[in-house]
Each structure stands twice: as structure tokens, then as C-alpha cells.
Design a protein around this ligand. Structure first.
Ligand code: ATR
Length: 264
């Protein structure tokens, strides 16, 4: 039986085992996918397990997507540019780090019917997932990316890899076509983002990377303005789908059954 694992801290909330194990069953794959909470000093041990063939693949989540990099033999181009790895596999006995969050974000955006071409995107937050979102948006041909983060220097740091982005102060509100909440504000139901959206038209897309709760106050605001809204659930599903394809060379199905299953 093949063995897969997601590592992170915290990890309790992760739906990756549920999703991958569901697809194993649907595709008759003899494998098991587990989750493990680790601390930084335990990364080496997990890496030894995959090197010793005790594990066949690893997903990496917050806060290790960057910290895992020195332990790997090689990185995909996407991982190099974003300095972020969420999927590890073995190729020619080498440990390869890849980033499927990029494709996950891109595919999730397809489903919103919002065409990002030549659009202005305003990103709130500068944490682990933001480089992947910027990478995807640049590939999709947006005209401008503006980042705002409470700790401004973290947003400024992103310019090292993405020199075309603009950075504004936390609380500033530039013109935008699409706004993305990539902060952890919203994980608690009562969390609010202190921006004033009163004078915006309904052609915008409000996108929240958070998918639990399903509808953050940020998305509620977008909805009340008549804007398109999307939470991060499809990004989560698509990043998993891309990892699944890498590991098993099978395209698993995404249907209502699966969406409902993940909600239960
Ligand atoms: P990390 O920063 O370790 O990569 P993350 O969960 O990927 O963690 O990112 C959390 C994001 O939410 C960060 O952009 C963080 O802002 P800071 O860089 O200033 O910490 C943002 N965030 C978390 N709590 C916040 C709050 N109360 N107000 C504004 N932004 C917040």
C-alpha cells in the first residue's frame, strides 16, 4: 500500500486526507493519506521517511511551504520563483518540490467566470500563499497587482521575486477589479477587514482564500454589493487534484458528490 502525508502546524483542520482518500477509493488505488502535525525540527525525519520509501508523497502546508526547501534535491520552476513547495514527489531517486497552489488558484478562477486579463487585482496579505497567487495572476495577464499587508515590509519583500507589483499601506484602498483576501482575517466568524467598499460597482470579484467558514464577512460584503464572490474551496480542491495527478497519473473527478462530501 502506498502512503501519503500532509505535514503542517496546525493540521487538524486539513481536509487533504479526506479528499485524497475519497479519490483513492473512487479510482481503486491501494493507498492511504494521513496528516501529521510537526514542528520545524521534525522536517528532517519526515524527509528520511520518503527517502527510505516509507512514504510515497508529501503535501506541505502552513507554515512549512518555504522551510521545507533546503531539504529537497530539486525544485520545479514554479517552486523556485514562489519559494513555496506544497507537493513533494520522487523522480529518479531525487526529492522534487513542486507548487500546485498556482494551478489550483488559476483553475479556481476559471470557475468564477471572471476574466482576469488586463484587470487590476488588489491582494490583502503577504503570507505563504501570496507568491503563488501573484505568479498565477501574472501568467493570466492582469494589468496590475497591488499588495497591502499589515506588516508592510513583508509585502515589500515580495518585490524581490515579483518586481512589477505595487505595495500600499495597510488600510489604503486603491481602485481594483478583483480583491483577494489572503490574510487569516475571516478564520474567526467575527473577523472584519476594515476597508470601506461603499462606492464600488458590482462588476468586481471578491475572492477569499479561506474556505472555512464558507462565507467570511469579507465575502458577505462583496455579496451585499452585488459582486461576484468566491471562497477558497475550489483552489483547495484543484491544488489537491494537481498533486494527485502528479503522484498517480490519473485525473480524479470533481463533481457535486465530492463537493457535498467535503462539506460533511
Ligand atoms: P505567514 O505570515 O506565517 O506566512 P500566513 O497564514 O500565510 O502566515 O499569513 C497570514 C497573513 O494574514 C499575513 O499577511 C498576516 O499579516 P502580517 O504579515 O502582518 O502578520 C495577515 N494577518 C493575520 N492576522 C491579521 C490581522 N489581525 N490584521 C491584518 N492582517 C493579519
Amino acid at each position: 500500500m502506498k502512503k501519503y502525508l500532509v505535514i503542517g502546524n496546525p493540521i487538524d483542520h486539513s481536509l487533504s486526507p479526506k479528499l485524497h482518500n475519497y479519490w483513492f477509493e473512487k479510482n481503486n488505488i491501494d493507498a492511504n493519506y494521513d496528516k501529521r502535525k510537526i514542528i520545524k525540527s521534525e522536517i528532517q525525519k519526515v524527509i528520511s521517511e520518503i527517502k527510505d520509501n516509507k512514504l510515497d508523497g508529501i503535501n506541505v502546508t502552513v507554515p512549512f511551504k518555504n522551510e521545507i526547501i533546503p531539504f529537497l534535491d530539486t525544485l520545479s520552476e514554479e517552486s523556485k520563483i514562489t519559494q513555496s513547495v506544497n507537493t513533494i514527489y520522487i523522480h529518479d531517486k531525487k526529492l522534487v518540490g513542486h507548487n500546485t497552489d498556482i494551478k489550483g488558484f488559476e483553475l479556481s478562477l476559471n470557475e468564477t467566470q471572471f476574466n482576469p486579463l488586463n484587470k487590476i487585482v488588489f491582494i490583502l496579505g503577504a503570507g505563504g500563499v501570496v507568491p503563488s497567487i501573484i505568479y498565477a495572476l501574472e501568467k493570466l495577464g492582469v494589468s496590475k497587482i497591488i499588495v497591502s499587508n499589515r506588516t508592510k515590509h513583508k509585502a515589500e519583500n515580495l518585490k524581490k521575486y515579483f518586481s512589477n507589483i505595487s505595495v500600499v499601506d495597510w488600510g489604503d484602498q486603491p481602485e481594483f477589479d478583483m480583491i483577494i483576501n489572503a490574510t487569516s482575517l475571516g478564520l474567526s466568524k467575527e473577523d472584519n477587514i476594515e476597508l470601506n467598499f461603499n462606492n464600488i460597482n458590482n462588476e468586481k470579484l471578491f475572492y477569499d482564500v479561506i474556505y472555512n467558514p464558507k462565507e467570511t464577512n469579507f465575502l458577505k460584503t462583496g455579496k451585499s454589493l452585488g459582486c461576484k464572490v468566491s471562497n477558497g474551496k475550489m483552489m483547495f480542491i484543484y491544488q489537491a487534484l494537481e498533486a494527485f495527478k502528479l503522484w498517480h497519473k490519473i485525473q480524479p473527478e470533481i463533481n457535486d458528490d465530492l463537493r457535498n462530501f467535503l462539506d460533511t
